[in-house]
Design a protein around this ligand. Structure first.
Ligand SMILES: C[S@@+](CC[C@H](N)C(=O)[O-])C[C@H]1O[C@@H](n2cnc3c(N)ncnc32)[C@H](O)[C@@H]1O
Ligand SMILES: Nc1nc2[nH]cc(C(=O)O)c2c(=O)[nH]1
Ligand code: SF4
Ligand SMILES: [Mg+2]
Length: 213
């Protein structure tokens, strides 16, 4: 039986991506091979509980909500994550996956909406971007840039244009709270006429940075 290491399963309002605002069950897988300087989920790097996919499905079902977001940590660092994603789709859930863009996404069930980061230079992890992943993205998916500086913004803008990202799927630009002023990012996007969606993390406005929300 396929096993998963899981930090938490909780019911909240989706705070990110174009699914923002939807009541959602979150499954947070433990562990991540990256160390983004601004990561807000360091508590998921270690620990967690090992449970099988079947038990995970039962715990998800108990929330009575048909929208699920699989996140982490880095969910794709556990091979059984692919089994969980397919099992959720088979059970009729609307499923999204939050992933760093550093691991191979080609095995992800095509019914899953992949929300894939491209890590900007000031994350400290941009060397990990797996550019081959872009070929696996469809209009169901989204690319996300999380930004802390003007240098990050200029890099994201250049990448958007050079890789033709907006022709492939929706693109999200999000500031890190207390590092890049949201208004500044909004002004840059408008000035440069970027075809992207500006994003704030709704759950932090609602509940600050509480684990399990
Ligand atoms: C915690 S990560 C887990 C999934 C995967 N490891 C990843 O990086 O996409 C989920 C999302 O939160 C974003 N994130 C993490 N810390 C953040 C912060 N301080 N401000 C804004 N977004 C953040 C990540 O960029 C990613 O899009
Ligand atoms: N409410 C809420 N929405 C989220 N969307 C993505 C999250 C994540 O940590 O991946 C997240 C999270 O941690 N909480
Ligand atoms: S890849 Fe995701 S979980 Fe890992 S350090 Fe970066 S933001 Fe945090
Ligand atoms: Mg989060």
């Amino acid at each position: 039986m396929a096993k998963l290491r899981i930090t938490e399963i909780f019911h909240s309002i989706q705070g990110e991506s174009s699914r923002v605002g939807l009541p959602t069950v979150f499954v947070r897988l433990t562990g991540c091979p990256l160390r983004c300087i601004w990561c807000d989920t360091e508590y998921a790097f270690t620990g967690g509980e090992t449970i099988d996919v079947e038990t995970t499905l039962k715990r998800i079902a108990a929330f009575g909500c048909k929208t699920v977001c699989v996140t982490g940590g880095e969910p794709l660092a556990q091979s059984s994550c692919l089994d969980l994603l397919t099992a959720l789709c088979d059970a009729g859930y609307s499923v999204s996956l939050e992933t760093s863009g550093a691991l191979d996404v080609s095995g992800v069930d095509p019914r899953v909406a992949k929300i894939m980061d491209l890590k900007a230079p000031d994350s400290g992890e941009s060397a990990r971007n797996r550019w081959e992943n872009l070929a696996c993205l469809t209009p169901r998916d989204e690319v996300k840039f999380v930004l802390v500086s003007e240098a990050d913004y200029l890099w994201a803008k250049e990448t958007l244009h050079a890789r033709g990202l907006a022709d492939r799927c929706a693109v999200l630009f999000s500031p890190v709270p207390d590092r890049l002023a949201p208004t500044q990012l909004a002004e840059w996007i408008l000035r440069d006429h970027l075809p992207v969606r500006f994003q704030l993390q709704l759950h932090k406005l609602l509940w600050s940075s509480v684990a399990g929300r």
